[in-house]
Design a protein around this ligand. Structure first.
Ligand SMILES: [Zn+2]
Length: 67
């Protein structure tokens, strides 16, 4: 079991408590971005015509119950 998530932007692994989840409508897969990359990813998303399909979660939140 790992509490680390890979940032989809820089491909580095960080503890999930510092990762921001990004949910895409219609998909169950959740992408995670590290603190450093989240601002850049948000910026890029806003330029996409379909950015409204994406929803940012709260940093460190995980829909799986874990301890
Ligand atoms: Zn990153």
């Amino acid at each position: 079991m790992t509490e680390k998530k890979m940032c989809m932007y820089c491909a580095h692994w960080y503890h999930f408590s510092v990762m921001t989840p990004l949910y895409e409508q219609g998909k169950t897969y959740i992408e995670y971005y590290c603190e450093r990359c989240t601002p850049a990813v948000k910026d890029n998303l806003m330029k996409l015509p379909y950015w409204s399909l994406y929803t940012w979660g709260n940093k460190g939140s995980d829909n799986k119950s874990s301890t």
